[in-house]
Design a protein around this ligand. Structure first.
Ligand SMILES: [Zn+2]
Length: 67
């Protein structure tokens, strides 16, 4: 079950809502009303999309000599 994140892009509101959805596609198509201002929120992230990178897996850029 992916955790979907919805954001309200109304200036001055910018509420964030997290909701567990049965499927990512369902979460993406769901229309959430902003609890604060009532406008439709945008699905910003569904849990089944690309995994968030793990910092310890990231390779640091090679250090180049200054000359
Ligand atoms: Zn709002």
């Amino acid at each position: 079950m992916p955790l979907c994140v919805y954001l309200c892009y109304t200036p001055g509101c910018q509420a964030k809502l997290e909701r567990w959805m049965p499927t990512a596609a369902e979460g993406e198509q769901a229309k959430m009303d902003c609890p604060r201002c009532g406008s439709v929120m945008t699905c910003a992230w569904t849990g089944s999309q690309v995994k968030t990178p793990n910092l310890k897996d990231a390779q640091p850029p090679p250090v180049k000599p200054s000359r």
